[in-house]
Design a protein around this ligand. Structure first.
Ligand SMILES: Cc1cc2nc3c(=O)[nH]c(=O)nc-3n(C[C@H](O)[C@H](O)[C@H](O)COP(=O)(O)OP(=O)(O)OC[C@H]3O[C@@H](n4cnc5c(N)ncnc54)[C@H](O)[C@@H]3O)c2cc1C
Length: 404
């Protein structure tokens, strides 16, 4: 097993349950990959990566939470409720909502035609004033603006309306899931030799022979050839390249007087620019503000000094709420997913014309090499539960070969 993210851990657990000896090789010094919970003030669980159990009524992690001793919060997401009106009047919110729904309906219709197009081509001329906000949304949702998003791929994602959270953190729960698994941390895989009877997995600290290997690393890691394959796998690399990870980062601010602020309240930093943050005040009642940054803004800020996301959040919110806001918060934490050499981004989207790449990436190579990870999911890509499902599928395919 290569990679101890949601997909790799799910695959390892499935193989272990079937009585197969399985070793998980993980490059980083912790399990979870893009699932990672930090501990904030007043026991706050800060999910730096996945935080929402999307499609929670069909989400295997949601089913596992209770038995693992994790409490689920079923409160509706702040983004499903009106945003603060201080910079986004209620009438404008209603107008935007209508434009957004019409745009999504056109996307769904366009996905039915043979040719794939960029989602941005579906924004109508009379909706252009809302293009910045639509692209800010695309930054959070896809990790890139709509001109880089395949309509067919966008429409293939099929979430339900249920979005729940894990009170002690989605990342903490996924890490706890690894407790019974044999995981070797700080063991980056550099090469996979799969031409012989066995697979030879070369790591920075020695080589391991196995009857089969499941690769559950991100597409950008694969596309950048962090792992070499012998024989080479040009189709996989091409598929991974055309399913790049978008750029999404989070920043958390500590509220010094949390009771002065509403709980579970969304605020758009700006509505006239795609280069803005989405903010949730006091998620789960915690004494924090969570900022979400996508696409080009996330790219720019990550290129700056460390602390740039929190600094941007404070300035952007002070511009909306008044300069006294600066005295109401302190920087707390921010993510750096793009900079992590073994992650390199947030979640996958297909380049225009490449929605078929997910199936190519997911296909096994011979009867020794299997692929998993969120990008391999056909309808729940970009999520932790989608990753989990691909891990189980890959493990079952491997089992059919190992135990015909
Ligand atoms: C900011 C942000 C917010 C998100 N929000 C949500 C959300 O609310 N809900 C949701 O469902 N999803 C969300 N996601 C997406 C979700 O976190 C991912 O889709 C999911 O965790 C991916 O799991 P994975 O197993 O496919 O990959 P990863 O988690 O990337 O796991 C791959 C693992 O492989 C390891 N690895 C890489 N290279 C090597 C190597 N050479 N050798 C050994 N190991 C290696 C990595 O270190 C990593 O641990 C979010 C992601 C981000 C970044």
């Amino acid at each position: 097993m290569i990679g101890a993210g949601s997909a790799g851990l799910a695959a390892a657990a499935r193989l272990k349950a079937a009585g197969v000896s399985v070793l998980v090789l993980e490059a980083n010094d912790r399990v979870g990959g893009r699932a990672h919970t930090l501990h904030g003030p007043s026991d706050a669980a800060l999910d730096m990566g996945c935080g929402w159990l999307h499609s929670a009524d069909q989400n295997e992690w949601a089913r596992l939470a209770g038995p693992m001793g994790f409490t689920i919060d079923h409160a509706p997401a702040a983004w499903t409720k009106p945003s603060l009106t201080v910079n986004f009047p209620a009438d404008d919110q209603a107008a935007y909502q209508k434009v957004f729904e019409a745009f999504e309906a056109r996307l769904a219709q366009a996905a039915e035609s043979e040719a794939d197009v960029a989602a941005s081509t579906l924004i109508q001329p009379d909706e252009r004033c809302w293009a910045p906000l639509l692209n800010a949304f695309s930054g959070y949702y896809n990790g890139a603006p709509f001109d880089r998003i395949s309509v067919k791929d966008y429409a293939a994602y099929q979430p339900t309306d249920e979005n729940w959270r894990v009170r002690k953190g989605y990342g903490a729960m996924i890490a706890a899931f690894a407790a019974d698994l044999d995981v070797r941390l700080n063991t980056p895989v550099t090469r996979v030799e799969h031409g012989g009877a066995d697979v030879r997995v070369v790591t920075a600290v020695g080589a391991i022979k196995a009857r089969a290997a499941i690769l559950a690393v991100s597409t950008t890691v694969l596309a950048d050839s962090v792992i070499a394959f012998d024989p080479p796998l040009p189709d996989k690399r091409e598929a991974a390249f055309n399913l790049p990870l978008g750029h999404v980062e989070k920043a958390f601010l500590k509220l010094l007087h949390p009771k002065d602020w509403p709980e579970e309240q969304m605020l758009h930093g700006r509505i006239d620019s795609a280069e803005t943050g989405g903010y949730t005040f006091r998620p789960l009642g915690m004494p924090v503000i969570e900022g979400f940054y996508g696409g080009d803004l996330a790219e720019t800020l990550e290129g700056e000094r460390s602390g740039a996301f929190c600094a941007f959040a404070i300035e952007e919110l002070a511009a909306v709420l008044g300069s006294d806001f600066r005295k109401a918060v302190e920087p707390l934490a921010e993510s750096a997913w793009r900079a992590d050499p073994f992650i390199r981004g947030a979640y996958s989207h297909a380049r225009v014309g490449w929605s078929g790449a997910r199936a190519i990436l997911a296909a096994p190579v011979g009867d020794r090499l299997f692929f998993a990870g969120e990008a391999c999911s056909l309808h729940a890509f970009s999520t932790a539960h989608g990753a989990y499902e691909t891990g189980v599928v890959a493990a079952e395919a491997a089992l059919r070969v190992l135990r015909p």
